[in-house]
Design a protein around this ligand. Structure first.
Ligand SMILES: Nc1ncnc2c1ncn2[C@@H]1O[C@H](COP(=O)(O)OP(=O)(O)OP(=O)(O)O)[C@@H](O)[C@H]1O
Length: 253
Protein backbone atom coordinates (compact mmCIF):
# COMPACT_ATOMS: atom_id res chain seq x y z
CA UNK A 1 0.00 0.00 0.00
CA UNK A 2 2.91 2.33 -0.49
CA UNK A 3 3.21 3.02 -4.23
CA UNK A 4 1.31 6.03 -5.55
CA UNK A 5 -1.47 5.17 -7.99
CA UNK A 6 -2.40 8.83 -8.56
CA UNK A 7 0.06 11.72 -8.72
CA UNK A 8 -1.29 15.26 -9.02
CA UNK A 9 1.35 17.98 -9.51
CA UNK A 10 0.82 21.72 -9.60
CA UNK A 11 -2.83 21.40 -10.64
CA UNK A 12 -4.52 24.67 -11.55
CA UNK A 13 -8.10 25.27 -12.69
CA UNK A 14 -9.27 28.74 -13.62
CA UNK A 15 -12.79 29.80 -14.49
CA UNK A 16 -12.10 33.05 -16.35
CA UNK A 17 -10.31 35.22 -13.77
CA UNK A 18 -11.26 33.03 -10.82
CA UNK A 19 -8.76 30.40 -9.68
CA UNK A 20 -10.78 27.50 -8.22
CA UNK A 21 -7.79 25.12 -7.91
CA UNK A 22 -4.56 26.90 -7.13
CA UNK A 23 -1.43 24.78 -7.59
CA UNK A 24 -2.55 21.60 -5.84
CA UNK A 25 -0.20 18.61 -5.48
CA UNK A 26 -0.78 15.26 -3.77
CA UNK A 27 -0.39 11.53 -4.20
CA UNK A 28 -2.94 8.79 -3.64
CA UNK A 29 -1.39 5.48 -2.62
CA UNK A 30 -2.44 2.19 -4.14
CA UNK A 31 -5.18 0.54 -2.05
CA UNK A 32 -5.93 3.44 0.26
CA UNK A 33 -9.04 5.50 0.89
CA UNK A 34 -8.00 9.10 0.35
CA UNK A 35 -10.29 11.93 1.45
CA UNK A 36 -10.51 15.45 0.07
CA UNK A 37 -11.86 17.65 2.88
CA UNK A 38 -12.55 21.35 3.10
CA UNK A 39 -15.18 24.07 3.18
CA UNK A 40 -17.82 24.68 0.51
CA UNK A 41 -16.29 26.02 -2.66
CA UNK A 42 -12.75 24.93 -1.71
CA UNK A 43 -12.22 23.14 -5.04
CA UNK A 44 -12.74 19.50 -4.01
CA UNK A 45 -15.27 18.55 -6.69
CA UNK A 46 -13.32 20.40 -9.35
CA UNK A 47 -10.16 18.47 -8.41
CA UNK A 48 -12.09 15.20 -8.34
CA UNK A 49 -13.69 15.82 -11.72
CA UNK A 50 -10.37 16.68 -13.34
CA UNK A 51 -8.95 13.35 -12.12
CA UNK A 52 -12.11 11.65 -13.44
CA UNK A 53 -11.41 13.14 -16.90
CA UNK A 54 -14.77 14.95 -16.69
CA UNK A 55 -13.36 18.49 -16.51
CA UNK A 56 -10.45 20.18 -18.29
CA UNK A 57 -7.59 21.53 -16.21
CA UNK A 58 -5.84 24.81 -16.84
CA UNK A 59 -2.33 23.54 -16.03
CA UNK A 60 -0.41 21.00 -13.98
CA UNK A 61 -0.15 17.25 -14.42
CA UNK A 62 -2.19 14.25 -13.37
CA UNK A 63 -0.85 10.70 -13.65
CA UNK A 64 -3.15 7.77 -12.90
CA UNK A 65 -1.71 4.26 -12.77
CA UNK A 66 1.21 5.44 -14.89
CA UNK A 67 -1.06 7.06 -17.49
CA UNK A 68 -0.78 10.77 -18.27
CA UNK A 69 -4.17 12.49 -18.23
CA UNK A 70 -3.14 14.67 -21.18
CA UNK A 71 -2.04 11.75 -23.35
CA UNK A 72 -4.19 8.81 -22.30
CA UNK A 73 -7.58 9.99 -21.01
CA UNK A 74 -9.27 7.07 -22.79
CA UNK A 75 -7.04 4.50 -21.09
CA UNK A 76 -7.61 6.21 -17.73
CA UNK A 77 -11.39 5.95 -18.22
CA UNK A 78 -11.01 2.18 -18.46
CA UNK A 79 -9.38 1.80 -15.07
CA UNK A 80 -11.44 4.27 -13.04
CA UNK A 81 -15.00 4.14 -11.77
CA UNK A 82 -17.05 7.34 -11.70
CA UNK A 83 -20.51 7.99 -10.34
CA UNK A 84 -22.83 8.63 -13.25
CA UNK A 85 -25.13 11.60 -13.03
CA UNK A 86 -28.68 10.60 -12.06
CA UNK A 87 -29.83 12.21 -15.33
CA UNK A 88 -28.17 9.28 -17.12
CA UNK A 89 -30.51 6.77 -15.47
CA UNK A 90 -33.08 6.33 -18.21
CA UNK A 91 -36.42 6.51 -16.37
CA UNK A 92 -38.05 3.58 -18.15
CA UNK A 93 -35.31 1.09 -17.30
CA UNK A 94 -35.10 -0.83 -14.03
CA UNK A 95 -31.84 -1.26 -12.09
CA UNK A 96 -30.97 -4.53 -13.79
CA UNK A 97 -31.56 -3.07 -17.23
CA UNK A 98 -29.55 0.04 -16.40
CA UNK A 99 -26.56 -2.10 -15.37
CA UNK A 100 -26.89 -4.11 -18.59
CA UNK A 101 -26.95 -0.88 -20.57
CA UNK A 102 -23.91 0.59 -18.80
CA UNK A 103 -21.92 -2.64 -18.98
CA UNK A 104 -22.65 -2.73 -22.72
CA UNK A 105 -21.31 0.82 -23.02
CA UNK A 106 -18.16 -0.21 -21.14
CA UNK A 107 -17.88 -3.37 -23.21
CA UNK A 108 -17.81 -5.60 -20.12
CA UNK A 109 -19.89 -8.63 -19.32
CA UNK A 110 -21.23 -8.59 -15.79
CA UNK A 111 -24.31 -10.09 -14.21
CA UNK A 112 -26.55 -7.31 -12.87
CA UNK A 113 -27.66 -9.41 -9.91
CA UNK A 114 -24.05 -10.06 -8.84
CA UNK A 115 -23.38 -6.33 -8.81
CA UNK A 116 -26.65 -5.50 -7.06
CA UNK A 117 -25.84 -8.09 -4.41
CA UNK A 118 -22.63 -6.22 -3.56
CA UNK A 119 -24.71 -3.18 -2.63
CA UNK A 120 -27.62 -5.10 -1.04
CA UNK A 121 -30.09 -4.19 -3.78
CA UNK A 122 -31.00 -7.57 -5.27
CA UNK A 123 -34.60 -7.17 -4.12
CA UNK A 124 -34.77 -3.90 -6.07
CA UNK A 125 -33.48 -5.35 -9.36
CA UNK A 126 -36.81 -4.68 -11.06
CA UNK A 127 -37.36 -1.27 -9.45
CA UNK A 128 -36.90 2.05 -11.19
CA UNK A 129 -34.19 4.40 -9.90
CA UNK A 130 -36.73 7.13 -9.08
CA UNK A 131 -38.56 4.76 -6.71
CA UNK A 132 -35.50 4.08 -4.53
CA UNK A 133 -34.88 5.67 -1.12
CA UNK A 134 -31.98 8.12 -0.76
CA UNK A 135 -29.67 5.46 0.65
CA UNK A 136 -30.62 2.98 -2.06
CA UNK A 137 -29.95 5.61 -4.73
CA UNK A 138 -26.49 6.22 -3.27
CA UNK A 139 -25.78 2.48 -3.16
CA UNK A 140 -26.89 2.10 -6.76
CA UNK A 141 -24.71 5.03 -7.74
CA UNK A 142 -21.72 3.35 -6.04
CA UNK A 143 -22.59 0.09 -7.81
CA UNK A 144 -22.37 1.88 -11.15
CA UNK A 145 -18.78 2.89 -10.34
CA UNK A 146 -17.88 -0.81 -10.10
CA UNK A 147 -19.28 -1.92 -13.47
CA UNK A 148 -15.95 -1.83 -15.29
CA UNK A 149 -14.11 -3.46 -12.35
CA UNK A 150 -11.95 -0.37 -11.87
CA UNK A 151 -8.72 -0.05 -9.92
CA UNK A 152 -9.81 3.31 -8.52
CA UNK A 153 -13.23 4.76 -7.78
CA UNK A 154 -14.16 8.38 -7.13
CA UNK A 155 -17.03 9.21 -4.77
CA UNK A 156 -18.30 12.77 -4.33
CA UNK A 157 -20.05 13.17 -0.97
CA UNK A 158 -21.35 9.59 -1.01
CA UNK A 159 -23.37 9.82 2.22
CA UNK A 160 -24.76 13.34 2.08
CA UNK A 161 -28.41 13.40 3.09
CA UNK A 162 -28.53 9.86 4.47
CA UNK A 163 -29.82 8.76 7.87
CA UNK A 164 -27.31 7.43 10.43
CA UNK A 165 -27.98 3.76 9.63
CA UNK A 166 -27.77 4.23 5.89
CA UNK A 167 -24.57 6.22 6.39
CA UNK A 168 -22.91 3.54 8.52
CA UNK A 169 -24.02 0.80 6.12
CA UNK A 170 -22.51 2.77 3.28
CA UNK A 171 -19.26 3.04 5.26
CA UNK A 172 -19.22 -0.77 5.46
CA UNK A 173 -19.85 -0.95 1.73
CA UNK A 174 -16.99 1.47 0.97
CA UNK A 175 -14.62 -0.38 3.33
CA UNK A 176 -15.61 -3.64 1.62
CA UNK A 177 -14.78 -2.20 -1.81
CA UNK A 178 -11.38 -1.11 -0.51
CA UNK A 179 -10.82 -4.53 1.10
CA UNK A 180 -11.37 -6.07 -2.34
CA UNK A 181 -8.35 -4.06 -3.56
CA UNK A 182 -9.91 -0.93 -5.05
CA UNK A 183 -8.36 2.47 -4.30
CA UNK A 184 -10.97 5.07 -3.32
CA UNK A 185 -10.85 8.85 -3.53
CA UNK A 186 -13.78 10.58 -1.88
CA UNK A 187 -14.99 13.97 -0.72
CA UNK A 188 -17.02 14.45 2.43
CA UNK A 189 -18.18 17.17 4.79
CA UNK A 190 -18.49 14.68 7.65
CA UNK A 191 -15.33 14.55 9.73
CA UNK A 192 -16.51 11.44 11.63
CA UNK A 193 -16.85 9.75 8.25
CA UNK A 194 -13.36 10.81 7.18
CA UNK A 195 -11.99 9.54 10.50
CA UNK A 196 -13.62 6.12 10.08
CA UNK A 197 -12.98 5.65 6.36
CA UNK A 198 -9.89 7.50 5.26
CA UNK A 199 -6.33 6.24 5.52
CA UNK A 200 -5.16 9.76 4.65
CA UNK A 201 -6.88 13.06 4.05
CA UNK A 202 -5.97 16.30 2.30
CA UNK A 203 -7.49 19.52 3.62
CA UNK A 204 -8.21 21.94 0.80
CA UNK A 205 -9.03 25.58 1.41
CA UNK A 206 -9.53 28.24 -1.23
CA UNK A 207 -8.08 25.98 -3.91
CA UNK A 208 -4.90 25.09 -2.00
CA UNK A 209 -3.81 22.02 -0.06
CA UNK A 210 -3.20 23.12 3.51
CA UNK A 211 -2.32 19.73 4.98
CA UNK A 212 -2.06 16.03 4.10
CA UNK A 213 -1.76 13.28 6.70
CA UNK A 214 -3.54 10.39 8.39
CA UNK A 215 -6.54 11.38 10.53
CA UNK A 216 -4.76 10.04 13.64
CA UNK A 217 -1.63 12.07 12.95
CA UNK A 218 -3.64 15.26 12.39
CA UNK A 219 -5.42 14.71 15.70
CA UNK A 220 -2.21 13.82 17.58
CA UNK A 221 -0.50 16.93 16.22
CA UNK A 222 -3.40 19.13 17.30
CA UNK A 223 -3.41 17.65 20.81
CA UNK A 224 0.40 17.96 21.02
CA UNK A 225 0.05 21.65 20.16
CA UNK A 226 -1.91 22.13 23.37
CA UNK A 227 -5.42 21.99 21.95
CA UNK A 228 -8.10 20.87 24.39
CA UNK A 229 -11.80 20.45 23.84
CA UNK A 230 -13.76 22.97 25.88
CA UNK A 231 -16.41 20.54 27.07
CA UNK A 232 -16.03 17.05 28.49
CA UNK A 233 -16.91 14.61 25.71
CA UNK A 234 -19.93 12.47 26.55
CA UNK A 235 -19.55 8.70 26.43
CA UNK A 236 -22.16 8.54 23.67
CA UNK A 237 -23.89 10.96 21.37
CA UNK A 238 -27.40 11.31 19.96
CA UNK A 239 -26.42 9.34 16.86
CA UNK A 240 -25.46 6.41 19.10
CA UNK A 241 -28.92 6.67 20.68
CA UNK A 242 -30.52 6.68 17.21
CA UNK A 243 -28.62 3.56 16.14
CA UNK A 244 -29.23 1.86 19.47
CA UNK A 245 -32.97 2.47 19.32
CA UNK A 246 -33.56 1.71 15.67
CA UNK A 247 -31.00 -1.03 14.97
CA UNK A 248 -28.25 -1.38 12.43
CA UNK A 249 -29.84 -3.36 9.63
CA UNK A 250 -30.72 -1.89 6.23
CA UNK A 251 -33.86 0.09 6.89
CA UNK A 252 -34.78 2.01 3.81
CA UNK A 253 -38.07 0.82 2.49
N1 LIG B 1 -18.38 25.79 -14.08
C1 LIG B 1 -17.95 26.71 -13.22
N2 LIG B 1 -17.83 28.00 -13.58
C2 LIG B 1 -17.39 28.93 -12.72
N3 LIG B 1 -17.04 28.67 -11.43
C3 LIG B 1 -17.16 27.41 -11.01
C4 LIG B 1 -17.61 26.35 -11.87
N4 LIG B 1 -17.61 25.21 -11.18
C5 LIG B 1 -17.17 25.52 -9.92
N5 LIG B 1 -16.90 26.84 -9.84
C6 LIG B 1 -16.39 27.54 -8.64
O1 LIG B 1 -15.17 26.92 -8.26
C7 LIG B 1 -15.08 26.89 -6.83
C8 LIG B 1 -14.82 25.46 -6.40
O2 LIG B 1 -15.98 24.68 -6.63
P1 LIG B 1 -16.05 23.15 -6.22
O3 LIG B 1 -17.40 22.66 -6.65
O4 LIG B 1 -14.86 22.45 -6.74
O5 LIG B 1 -15.96 23.25 -4.64
P2 LIG B 1 -16.17 22.12 -3.54
O6 LIG B 1 -14.97 22.16 -2.66
O7 LIG B 1 -16.49 20.82 -4.17
O8 LIG B 1 -17.42 22.70 -2.77
P3 LIG B 1 -18.65 21.97 -2.02
O9 LIG B 1 -18.09 21.44 -0.74
O10 LIG B 1 -19.59 23.11 -1.78
O11 LIG B 1 -19.18 20.92 -2.95
C9 LIG B 1 -16.36 27.49 -6.30
O12 LIG B 1 -16.13 28.84 -5.95
C10 LIG B 1 -17.32 27.38 -7.45
O13 LIG B 1 -18.28 28.41 -7.42
Amino acid sequence: MTAPIITVKGLVKKYDDFTAVDNISFEVLNGEIFGLLGPNGAGKTTTLEIMETLRDKTSGSVTIHGLDLDKDPGAIKHIIGVQLQAAGYYPNLNLSELIELFSGLYGVDIKPLDLLEKVALTDKAKAKYKDLSGGQKQRFSIATTLINQPRIIFLDEPTTGLDPQARRNLWDLILGIRAAGTTIVLTTHYMDEAEVLCDRVAFIDAGRVIGIDTPDQFIDNLVASGFERKKQVKQANLEDVFINLTGKEWRES
